[in-house]
Design a protein around this ligand. Structure first.
Ligand code: GUN
Length: 173
């Protein structure tokens, strides 16, 4: 898909296609569309990031809270978004043993209790061994620093999702 195609999408199509660039936050895609035309993928990406950066702290925490827990209930129930399923699969989180799942659930719970939002790593960029180590390390970070780290991860995830969307369609006739 090229940028002209993106710029020509009507509202419904744009939100359908880009509504999960930020997990379960189609409102962000809806707001970004009003900034068109976009010059290229990077420009489109910057609008997603600028919107997230401009949110008040409560909004940024809300964006993080829209993410499902890693290897959590939604994954067990088959209720993840296609993107989250792909990312958690690629990080090996769909094939954890019972003990690893319990350990990660405990770390997720401690992380959420401390910061008020779920642990959000750019899971697809990590490996199975690294993902559980990260929450243990980040649990000790000051809350303001952790909010900023977590939003940085949301951007990495969004960048990857956007590249997949624009790249995968480019291969089509
Ligand atoms: N990292 C990449 N995808 C996800 C997700 O769906 N949830 C969380 N918590 N982290 C992620």
């Amino acid at each position: 898909m090229d940028i002209e195609k993106v710029n020509s999408m009507d509202f419904g199509e744009f939100v359908d296609v880009f509504g999960n660039v930020v997990e379960r936050c189609p409102l962000i895609a809806a707001a970004v569309r009003s900034q068109r035309p976009f010059s290229d993928l990077e420009d489109l990406e910057q609008h997603f990031f600028a919107f997230t950066d401009a949110l008040p702290q409560s909004g940024q925490e809300g964006v993080l809270r829209c993410h499902p827990d890693l290897a959590g209930r939604e994954l067990q129930r088959g209720e993840l978004s296609a993107e989250s399923q792909r990312e958690q699969s690629a990080a090996g989180l769909t094939s954890l043993g019972a003990a690893e799942r319990l350990w990660l659930a405990e770390l997720n719970a401690q992380y959420r209790a401390r910061f008020g939002f779920p642990f959000v790593p750019a899971a697809r960029l990590s490996d199975r061994a690294a993902v559980p180590r990260e929450p243990a390390r980040r649990l000790h970070c000051p809350p303001a620093q952790e909010l900023s780290t977590a939003l940085g991860e949301v951007k990495k995830i969004g960048r990857r999702r956007l590249a997949d969307l624009l790249g995968s369609h480019a291969a089509e006739p």
